[in-house]
Design a protein around this ligand. Structure first.
Ligand SMILES: [Zn+2]
Length: 485
């Protein structure tokens, strides 16, 4: 049995902290005493410590499954900065001999990061079984519920992974999850709801003011966007539903406002995205026009505003995205722009054409090629290969579409509220209504734009900027000294 003294000792010596933040010790103690644990802490509350600290007290490695490579890279970099060398990242980029070598020596690592796709690879699974990890961490666990089955179905393989790892102690981490999503996460990992410890802290972020600006049409929305960007102190992020629009608007806003603006989306080259992220961190950029690809792992504490040009798919995504504002605790604002008909785009994005059961059956029996299943053929083929019956597949997708429609309705309800937005959000996440506070939402304080006590923007940074080439070399070198060490 590991004692609390030992836990504090690692905290002081390894991490240099005097004390834990709310929810941390409770989670760590639960894990070290062998309990599967679901922890919900708001963004910026120190979630990575929850598995990093136990890694120094447990007998074997920790496996961390994370949805985004950039997010994993970020964690890997930080661990290495802390002087930890026994850290490895398993992604599709690791190939050939390098991959064989890493897999053969996997038990040498204390931290093993893996993308969900890697879990479909039998060599990776075998290597993980040999490691007998002490802890499995599912980061951004809401993705299990939010993304399946129409996106990244590999996430659903986590249940099998747990079985293969002999029911390893599991930590599920997220910043937002409704009571229903919590149940869903636990169920999809094959765990028993009554036996999972839950450490849940409020999702409320009192320093983020909530507003919805309703406009008449697209032109009015455009004008409102320019007005907000000119008025609100930065730095800020504007979220768009499409890559094209994010790029167009970045160019337009740079011209209209004179600010240093850049677009950011998954269609851009990795190097370019990396540059933009670094320039934003260094205040060389004041505004990012992004798709939802931007944000996870971005640790800029002084973001003053998050604007949504389009409706997000659901309130959980919305909370995640606006939660990036004001991590320094200073006044910040989240504005959602809405024009009548905006929901049309979102419902288009969330509809999938489903093949008939007969067609799926014929593909299953090998009488037809998966190509007949349309645009999503790979997705359906994946489920058939995993042994799901055509009926099960269709039921899952129908259920999913109902859920998406429900989520969209909740989002629209938020837009159309006539009472406190914060209370509505908190209720949605299973919490009591918010205690009264001065700067809360536009429904309590309609003239907020003139009275919100926002801190001033930091001075824009100029000059030679960071040396990207050196930074990249630094990242590439990591691999070579890993091989040596
Ligand atoms: Zn309010």
């Amino acid at each position: 049995m590991i004692k609390t003294d030992q836990i504090y000792q690692v905290l002081h010596q390894r991490f240099g902290y005097q004390d834990f933040r709310d929810g941390q010790l409770e989670t760590i103690t639960a894990l070290l005493s062998g309990h599967d644990t679901l922890t919900i802490l708001p963004t910026g509350a120190g979630k990575s410590l929850l598995y990093q600290l136990p890694a120094y007290l447990l007998p074997s490695g920790v496996v961390i499954v994370s949805p985004l490579i950039s997010l994993m890279q970020d964690q890997v970099d930080r661990l290495r900065q802390q002087g930890e060398r026994r850290v490895i990242m398993l992604t599709g980029q690791l190939q050939g001999r390098d991959r064989r070598e890493v897999l053969n020596s996997l038990d040498q690592y204390r931290f093993i990061f893996a993308s969900p796709e890697m879990l479909t690879n039998s060599q990776v699974l075998q290597a993980l079984r040999r490691v007998r990890p002490s802890l499995l961490v599912v980061d951004e666990a809401h993705c299990i519920s939010q993304w399946g089955p129409d996106f990244r179905p590999e996430y659903l393989l986590l249940k099998q992974l747990r079985v293969q790892l002999s029911g390893v102690v599991t930590l599920m981490l997220t910043a937002t999850a409704t009571p229903q999503v919590r149940q869903d996460i636990i169920k999809k990992l094959g765990l028993d709801f009554d036996h999972v410890r839950q450490v849940i802290r409020s999702v409320n972020r009192p320093n983020i003011f909530l507003a919805v600006n309703r406009v008449e049409d697209a032109d009015a929305k455009q004008a409102e966007l320019v007005h907000l960007v000119k008025t609100l102190p930065g730095p800020g992020i504007i979220y768009f539903a499409s890559r094209k629009l994010a790029t167009q608007q970045a160019i337009m806003l740079a011209q209209e406002t004179g600010l240093a603006v850049a677009p950011y989306h998954a269609g851009m080259a990795a190097l370019e995205r990396f540059n933009i992220q670094q320039q934003f961190m260094a205040n060389q950029l004041q505004l990012i026009c992004a798709t939802s690809a931007f944000g996870m792992g971005v640790d800029k504490t002084d973001l003053r505003y998050i604007i949504h040009y389009h409706l997000p798919a659901n309130l959980a995504s919305y909370m995640q995205e606006i939660g990036r504002a004001g991590r320094d605790g200073q006044q910040s604002v989240a504005v959602l722009l809405y024009a009548p008909g905006d929901e049309g785009l979102q419902s288009q994005l969330t509809t999938i054409d489903l093949p008939s059961e007969a067609l799926l059956t014929q593909v299953q029996q090998g009488k037809l090629q998966p190509a007949v299943l349309g645009e999503q053929k790979e997705l359906f083929a994946f489920y058939l290969k995993q042994g799901y019956s055509p009926r099960q597949i269709l039921r899952a997708f129908h259920h999913r579409q109902h859920q998406l429609a429900f989520n969209l309705q909740k989002m629209l309800d938020y837009v159309g509220l006539d009472r406190c937005r914060r209370s509505y959000l908190l209720n949605y996440f299973g919490e009591e209504a918010a205690p009264g506070q001065d700067a809360c939402c536009d429904l309590d304080q309609p003239d907020w734009e003139r009275h919100l006590p926002m801190p001033a923007s930091p001075a824009p940074a100029k000059g030679p900027g960071l040396d990207w080439q050196a930074r990249l070399r630094e990242l590439l070198n990591v691999k070579s000294w890993l091989d040596k060490g």
